[in-house]
Ligand binder design. Structure first.
Ligand SMILES: *Cc1c(COP(=O)(O)O)cnc(C)c1O
Length: 366
């Protein structure tokens, strides 16, 4: 009943003809580890089924997936449209290496209707990159609008929703991408990325990926296959807890704002209801007491863990301003909405009322 772990990176052939067949078969699973691996392929098939896609391709990490896809599809002189509200490493990749390689990137506000379409340069824009819900403020991009774009290839980083929470491909988006390190593997014991879409497009990305080499480990793929078996029950429980905690904290005098797409007060709640099956397992709170209040809460939680990442069994809390966004100036951070009192909370599998008790014990009303 459990999938097999193929640790092998090399396969033996019976002779010249057999070796030639293995070497020249697209995504051959029994030739050499960088080309493909049977355990990794099982993981890819499971994700493709969850995403409603023809095919999936796994990578060594979420960033391995993003960087490989960008460099597989774009050359010097090409143009990318990306939203400003991006995971910090994705943003750094587009602003740094892409610029250095002569790939031009225009950043838009992903929440603004028509912003992606207005920035597309016909014939020059190869790729449109969106992330929804976005890190860390849980802002949304309209998937129908993105799916209706004609010309460039559209890519959605759907990590914060998991494949249970939303299905970008059903909205006409070409590529749906996940850091499977997060909810998909779901146990903080695998580093993986995965992208899903039409087989032909993925086969062409695969041809570049064997050169790029951000190859997924079969050990991590095995852990992710185990995680996928409980993905639906985990995320359903976590999303229900996240909503309960978001609604309760919203009424707390120490909390100046709660960002969660499931809240009626979220600016895009109607869009969330249209395109999401649950509202995700992560919420962000802004503390009225600023950095001192954030520090007090982080130093005093007992059940909640102070750690980055998301989607695992334990509730994790992080302070973006001094970790993922530490290198920004105050002005840049303020522009991105990452203030000194902002905390991101990834809700785990604990009892939500135990979590609320732990969180409210550490809140100070200024
Ligand atoms: C974590 C994350 C990534 C990067 O994934 P890694 O597995 O850490 O490389 C990309 N996008 C989002 C939204 C993420 O949360």
């Amino acid at each position: 009943m459990a999938p097999a772990l193929w640790a092998s990176s090399v396969w033996e052939s019976s002779g010249l003809v057999d070796a030639n067949r293995r070497a020249t078969t697209l995504r051959s699973t029994e030739f050499y580890g960088r080309y493909a691996n049977p355990t990794v392929s099982s993981f890819e098939e499971a994700v493709a089924a969850l995403e409603g896609a023809e095919s999936s391709l796994a990578f060594a990490s979420g960033m391995g997936a993003i960087s490989t896809v960008v460099l597989a599809l774009c050359s010097a002189g090409d143009h990318i449209v990306a939203q400003r509200q991006l995971y910090s490493a994705t943003l750094a990749f587009l602003q740094g290496p892409c610029k250095r390689f002569g790939i031009d990137v225009t950043f838009v506000d992903g929440t603004e209707p028509g912003a992606f379409a207005a920035a597309v340069q016909p014939g020059r824009t190869m790729l449109v990159i969106a992330e929804t819900p976005s890190n860390p403020l849980l802002e949304l991009v309209d998937l129908d609008e993105l799916g209706a774009l004609r010309g460039p290839i559209t890519l959605v980083d759907s990590t914060f929703a998991t494949p249970i929470g939303q299905q970008p491909i059903a909205h006409g988006v070409h590529l749906s991408l996940h850091s499977a390190t997060k909810g998909i593997a779901g146990h903080n014991d695998a580093t993986l990325g995965v992208v899903s879409g039409e087989r032909e497009l993925l086969d062409s990305i695969w041809s570049y990926s064997v050169l790029h080499g951000a190859t997924a480990s079969p050990f991590d793929a095995l852990n992710a296959l185990r995680g996928i078996r409980t993905l639906s029950v985990r995320t359903t429980h976590q999303a229900a807890s996240a909503l309960h905690i978001a609604e309760t904290l919203q009424r707390h005098p120490a909390v100046s704002a709660v960002h969660y797409p499931g809240l009626h007060t979220h600016k895009q709640h109607d869009l969330a209801k249209r395109q999401m099956d649950h509202f995700g397992t992560v919420l962000t709170i802004d503390l009225a007491g600023g950095r001192a209040a954030a520090e007090h809460l982080l130093d005093n939680v007992k059940l909640v863990h102070v750690a980055t990442s998301l989607g695992g069994p334990e509730t994790l809390m992080s302070h973006p301003r001094t970790t993922t966004h530490a290198s920004l100036t105050d002005a840049e951070a303020a522009e991105q909405g990452v203030g000194p009192g902002l905390l991101r909370i990834s809700i785990g599998l604990e009892d939500p009322d135990d979590l609320l008790t732990d969180l409210t014990n550490g809140l100070i009303v200024p």
